[in-house]
Design a protein around this ligand. Sequence first.
Ligand SMILES: Cc1ncc(COP(=O)(O)O)c(C=O)c1O
Length: 429
Amino acid sequence: MSRSADLFARALAVTPGGVHSPVRAFGRVGGTPVFISAARGSRITDVDGRHYVDFCMAFGPLILGHAHPRVLEAVKDAAGRGWSYGAAEEGSLALAELITGRLPWVERLRFVNSGTEAVMSALRLARAATGRSVVLKFDGCYHGHVDSMLIRAGSGLAAAGVGGLADSAGVTPGVAADTLVLPLDDIGALEGLFAARGADIAAAIIEPLPANHGLLPQRQEFLDALAWRCQQHGALLIFDEVITGFRTAFGGMAEITGIRPDLVTYGKIIGGGFPVGAFGGRREVMELVAPLGPVYQAGTLSANPVAMAAGLATLGQLADGTAYLALEDSGRMLDELLRDVPGVRLQRVGSLFWIVLDGGLADGPIRTPAGLGDAAARRFPPFFHGLLADGLYLPPSPYEVGFLSTAHTDDDLHALAAAIANRAKVPDT
Ligand SMILES: Cc1ncc(COP(=O)(O)O)c(C=O)c1O
């Protein structure tokens, strides 16, 4: 028995499903999760001493790779000065100044401890700002495990197999009733809903580049139509940039699309791999948050100084934009290497990529969960385990996206492409 298998058996005795976040359980791919013991650059090592090139990168935060020296130094320095004060300190000020100074749509921001917390707080704020209850989300977009967002919310929940209106048990019908869901990429449906319910909608929340049911790039016209309808009907537009913020560009999809959301949520990269989220936006809305305004929001460990130092060191490496050019070059190389591989489609935006194992799809990008059959999911488990045996670690689900970092080398990309081409040959069963 491998040491990973042994540890997993022990974990099952003390933790639901043996893991602290469901996708880590390998439920979509079968087998035993590998327990990681160390990581540096593009590589991770498991407790059995096997090495992998990591294309999961902790599901997104590690855009500079694992244990980047500058981040490590900043973290050690911060920890050496004590790791939690529960009081005002300078690190969070520096990080907030960097972000608000660079991103004009973030006039004020508040740090929290996760993407989920950021979304939860932004929704409460939007409801308070508008005096309305209903929130619009889109099928396939995931916004963390906020009760009202656990409705048609992406791959992890689809896998949970819970029926009913909400995707999770424990969400009350009352909460679910306040969430409206529309398909992505459907301007007609958007117009119809706003015409019927526009005056009830506090906010529309969207991943402007949905990346939780595979990668589903949206047309600019669709995002423009959403922004316009929100403005017309007095609903706030919330861009959930927990994945895309500081990833597709320093200013994420708001920068790329030129759309100015009223509120935006961040997570992942903003903390450089430490538990940080943030919500921010227009000053007059954000000033409704306590202690200035009536919307309560707080956190014992919020703006933790060690996490702030990691975020500041990470964003400091990204601020001049050169990292994004290098990441785009890496992405293009992957496109080239996989262009003619039969039975494999790569959907990629910058350093986010999604491998779709289905040669039978219509041409053109997949933009909605409905655009995908089940062949890709069926073919994924042996493919995933094949790559693992080749020393390549992908996110363990056919619907999770892969992440490139500045630590990945050309050799890493060649190895990935060669393994994909080889392992994708396994016939569909
Ligand atoms: C778009 C989006 N929003 C929110 C979240 C929730 O963030 P967290 O897992 O930090 O709570 C995620 C997590 O993957 C996400 O991808």
